[in-house]
Design a protein. Structure first.
Length: 134
């Protein structure tokens, strides 16, 4: 039963996307990622565990993501009742020099229903050793 799948096990108290009072299609371990101590020129990856509580496979993508970041899921298609990792990669060498050392940006997830505010992950960046001349 769909309701049992949504509330069972480890997803019970986790963040989620969708409308209030309804069984949600995408359950998340957390609603964001944080890159700490990102060194100049480095590439780093963070993962967010997610689960498909719906009855159809999910294929997620990002509607809004900066050029210096990438979004994918592993596996690419999340089967009903299945789990996957949302994988966010940041390439510090592509971050515009004018950006602050610490900043955040939204990632709007496509492939699930809901308002953009309900489908938004927040990615926080903390760059280490940012050059003053950058």
């Amino acid at each position: 039963d769909r309701t049992e799948r949504c509330s069972a096990g480890r997803w019970k108290d986790l963040c989620c996307f969708g409308e209030r009072g309804r069984c949600l299609l995408l359950r998340l371990k957390q609603k964001g990622a944080e890159f700490r101590g990102l060194e100049s020129g480095a590439k780093a990856t963070e993962r967010i565990l997610c689960g498909n509580a719906g009855e159809r496979p999910l294929r997620l993508s990002a509607e809004l993501i900066p050029d210096f970041a990438a979004f994918r899921t592993e596996p690419e298609t999340i089967p009903p009742g299945g789990e996957a990792d949302i994988v966010i990669t940041v390439d510090a060498s592509e971050i515009p020099p004018a950006r602050e050392t610490d900043f955040s940006f939204p990632v709007i997830v496509a492939g699930v229903d809901g308002r953009p505010s309900e489908r938004t992950l927040t990615v926080k960046i903390n760059r280490k050793n940012k050059n003053i001349t950058d």
